[in-house]
Design a protein around this ligand. Sequence first.
Ligand SMILES: O=C(O)CCC(=O)C(=O)O
Length: 267
Amino acid sequence: MSHLKGYEELAIPLLKHLSQDQCESYWSQGFLLLPGLIEPGLLARFNQRFVDLVNGTVPLAEGMKIMQDVMVVKGAVTPESPTHGVNKLLCLEEDPVLFEFARQPQLVGVVQSLLGKDLYSLSSNVFNKPPGVDGRHPLHQDLRYFKLRPADQIIGVWTALLPAPRQAGCLAVIPGSHKQGLLAHEAPDWDYVNHGFFGLNDVDVETRVHVEMAPGDTLLFHPLLIHGSGRNRSSDFRRAISVHFAAGACEAQGKDWRQNPFTRHIV
Ligand SMILES: O=C(O)CCC(=O)C(=O)O
């Protein structure tokens, strides 16, 4: 119950908040699926912006990077269009369209229900899983990539921009796996591993739950939750927009994490 401290204090009008049952489900399972959280008009705007940035019809904002899929980088696949070659678009903070996602009141409200009022963003991405490449994301815990603690004060959010059925490589999660601490990650023993992807070896994959999502559905997940995604075996793109949030009370060793060039104070 201590995680719910402050929940009743949240009285910001017009913000959507989670119910107590939803909060309890998040803390016990390590994730929470919120169907239709982001409305279709916004999804279309974010999706088109991604396409325009990748096609080069609008310039990349400062700091933003396009990461090509490893099969394209290694010449194993020739993409039929620029979007077919991209694994992710990173660092959305200075993009006036895509970073609106992190400031959506309904998203901020539900994250505040779990982390409290003072929120920062830590990282932001569009995850693009084109048809025709391996594109798997090994089972991992996001805390592997963050120096901030405590883990309970960090949340990942992942909103489907396009349909994410299992066949297209939806997210898979291991319910309750956020309770076992940070595990040792290794580079997967695969022919094609995208840059920076590390995974866990000793995971009982039979306990995986595939989280199929429609556009606008949003998954909130704990940074210790084991999760990943499979190959896209469909002929369509699977695409999502994602931000990690941290409570202002988090701490990291060394210099002030709030001054990181990719960190933004959200509210
Ligand atoms: O989009 C994916 O396939 C994986 C995303 C992921 O692992 C993450 O957001 O941490």
